[in-house]
Design a protein around this ligand. Structure first.
Ligand code: FES
Length: 106
């Protein structure tokens, strides 16, 4: 599935990911700027924060309680569309998933 990462000034990075791999790991592997993934995908660093585009919100789903707490406490600009990208595994249905990358990570 393809994932599109959009940076603050509108620059897009479209990359091909593997089913089951996270949106964070896909970004790091492909050198997408702005997604760090310091904790390696354990939902503890919040340096993989993204904003999921509205048209994918339902498909991606809601964060669990632990992730929600981190999003509220640790990211620079939490929004309703905020997710930790390490907690979004790619699936065929998510092909074309588009996320906005925040200008800064915690
Ligand atoms: Fe650390 Fe996602 S990589 S919270």
């Amino acid at each position: 599935p393809k994932v599109v990462y959009v940076g603050g000034s509108g620059q897009e990075h479209a990359v091909d990911g593997a089913v089951g791999e996270s949106v964070m790991a896909t970004a790091v592997k492909n050198g997408v700027p702005g997604i760090i993934g310091e904790c390696g995908g354990n939902a503890s660093c919040a340096t993989c924060h993204v904003w999921v585009r509205a048209e994918f919100a339902e498909l991606v789903g809601e964060p669990d309680d632990l992730e929600q707490d981190l999003l509220e406490m640790a990211v620079s600009e939490p929004r309703d569309s905020s997710r930790l990208s390490c907690q979004i595994p790619l699936s065929p249905e998510l092909d074309g998933l588009t996320v906005d990358v925040p200008p800064q990570q915690p």
